[in-house]
Design a protein around this ligand. Structure first.
Ligand SMILES: Nc1ncnc2c1ncn2[C@@H]1O[C@H](COP(=O)(O)OP(=O)(O)OP(=O)(O)O)[C@@H](O)[C@H]1O
Ligand SMILES: [Mg+2]
Length: 530
């Protein structure tokens, strides 16, 4: 049996042939996009994609690179039927096609895994996959969907329990579900939008070996990323976009990091070096904290820690070890069942998020779309979400529009955010990295005395990462205390003065960053005593 997956699934297709049904030859161009132009008239004056050529071959892994707002997600959305194109042509295996919906794309063998999760959180894995099937298929008994899911997950090593509810799963597991959901349709081309931003290094490694295996079977795989290591470790070709224009497509083996950085943003970017901390009084203190997780099971189990003025404490840990619940408890979003949270010496345990923020705390949350912003509101409204009730933003009855405009414009220019119209643009249409910049700007412009940040550089391009690191280090110098939660050890090491490792709801070790070793921290994150 050459391709058991195909056989397995085709038995269910009952003669419904995809529009271009023929097994591709290795190296054959599966999808070719020619002269793709995309504009959003009335929103942007310029084209968001300016006559792009792009192609995907059978058997290749193709990396798509570009700065925040370059148009990567829009291009992926066009190929997979989520956006229409303004101009241009798409060919599937040499034949011109018209892709009007994601369903069309799937029938043509093109599937996409989105940058942000799209799963229904209260439903199970199986139910989520069943939801994604067309109505005729929806009559499938769930047991059949589950059986097929098990087979797929075994075949690709995408381990996940079909009966688990999405809200119980870690980010890495949710990512696998998103992939399985698309694989269920047996795509010949699989596009993944920043699939590793929420994964640990090990999870990312295993994802890439899965993608390799898919390419080996003759599929074409496209992945969007900001990480150069991933391009060199895992791709055969790479395409670079810059502000909607195609800069070039190359064989990965024929290029190098320096050339890619130059193509993406004009020149090498080096991250700032941290200076030793001059610490002051305790700003944040957590004492023997206990917090329950989603399902009422203990997630934080007796954590104590302190962060002093002028210091950055990094919390290193693999997602799902209680760090999200710890942050939620500190910021007032989740109930503390036992223990205390002291902010500048004041007991703030179980106080409201607003009361806690009013103590002078900036919060950069893990989920930028669900918690960090109100997506349907304008960019200006999002900027003032936390300040609109105070002067000079308002005088209690009226908003001070000129001031808000001036203030927002300053943030847009300082953080280099791509926004067409402050008072009209809904935050929803900003690119992922630009939303992250908006949150960073809003939470730091007032130089807070305390910052609690989770993955602050998630989805940012290298230039913006540099900008963010500089900002954190500048605030530290001015005396801000920062609690930094991240799975990205590189980030933890380049910013933190001390590093605490969290594992199964407990801090299993705290050390001076200068003395800490990546290898040892990595082992502790995985549960070894170190
Ligand atoms: N529905 C929309 N309406 C108007 N503009 C949009 C829409 N969707 C995307 N854009 C704009 O298109 C540009 C490119 O966005 P896109 O999401 O493709 O960027 P990206 O390269 O994926 O960036 P990032 O790395 O930040 O995810 C952005 O300026 C964005 O605001
Ligand atoms: Mg994007």
């Amino acid at each position: 049996m050459k391709n058991p997956l195909k056989k397995l699934l085709s038995s269910k297709r009952k003669g419904k042939k995809p529009a271009v049904a023929r097994k591709p030859r290795r190296g054959e161009t599966l999808v070719r996009a020619e002269g793709i132009a995309k504009g959003f008239p009335g929103v942007w004056e310029h084209l968001i994609l300016d006559h792009i050529n792009f192609d995907v071959k059978a058997g290749e892994v193709h990396a798509l690179l570009g700065e925040n707002g370059a148009g990567k997600t829009v291009l992926a959305n066009i190929l997979s039927g989520f956006y229409s194109l303004t101009k241009g042509r798409i060919y599937v295996k040499g034949k011109p096609v018209s892709i009007k919906s994601p369903k069309d794309a799937l029938e043509l063998g093109i599937g996409m895994v989105h940058q942000e999760f799209t799963l229904a959180r209260p439903l199970t894995v199986t139910e989520n996959v069943a939801l994604g099937l067309s109505t005729s298929n929806f009559s499938f008994p769930l047991s059949e969907v589950e059986k097929k899911l098990k087979e797929l997950s075994e075949r690709y090593g995408l381990k996940v329990d079909p009966k688990a509810r999405i809200e119980e799963l870690s980010a890495g597991e949710q990512q696998r579900v998103e992939i399985l959901k698309v694989l269920y349709h047996e795509p010949e081309v699989l596009i993944l939008d920043e699939p590793t931003s929420v994964l640990t290094e090990d999870e990312a490694k295993s994802l890439f070996s899965i993608l390799r295996a898919m390419a080996k079977e003759g599929r074409g795989v496209v992945f969007i990323t900001h990480k150069f290591e991933e391009v060199f470790e895992s791709s055969d070709r790479v395409t670079v976009l810059r502000l909607g224009k195609l800069v070039g497509t190359m064989k990965t083996s024929k290029t190098n990091r320096r050339e890619l950085v130059r193509m993406m943003m004009g020149g090498e970017i080096s991250l700032p070096k941290k200076k030793p901390a001059k610490v002051g009084k305790i700003a944040l203190e957590v004492k023997d904290l206990h917090v329950l997780g989603e399902r009422g099971v203990p997630a934080v189990r007796g954590i104590s820690l302190t962060v002093r003025k002028g210091e950055i404490l990094g919390i290193a840990g693999i997602a799902g070890n209680g760090q999200s619940e710890l942050v939620e408890a500190i910021t007032g979003l989740r109930e503390v069942t036992k223990g205390k949270v002291l902010i500048f010496g004041k007991d703030m345990t179980n106080r409201s998020p607003r009361e806690i923020a009013d103590m002078g705390m900036g919060h950069i949350p893990e989920e930028r779309r669900r918690i960090g912003t109100a997506e349907g509101m304008t960019v200006a409204e999002n900027f003032i979400m936390k300040d609109y009730r105070r002067s000079p933003f308002s005088n209690r009855s009226f908003l001070n529009l000129p001031f808000i405009t001036q203030h927002s414009k300053k943030m847009i220019s300082e953080h280099n955010i791509l926004v067409p119209d402050l008072w009209v643009t809904e935050t929803r249409i900003l690119s992922g990295g630009n939303i992250q910049r908006l949150i960073l700007a809003r939470e730091t412009w007032w130089e807070p005395r305390l910052i609690v940040a989770t993955h602050p550089t998630y989805g940012l391009d290298l230039k913006a990462v540099k900008h963010t690191h500089e900002l954190f280090l500048k605030l530290k110098k001015k005396g801000t205390a920062t609690l930094l939660v991240s799975e990205d050890l590189e980030e933890i090491f380049s910013l933190s003065d001390r590093i605490a490792v969290i594992f199964e709801g407990k801090i299993v070790g705290t050390m001076d960053a200068a003395k800490a070793r990546v290898h040892k921290i990595g082992l502790m994150m995985a549960g070894s005593k170190g």
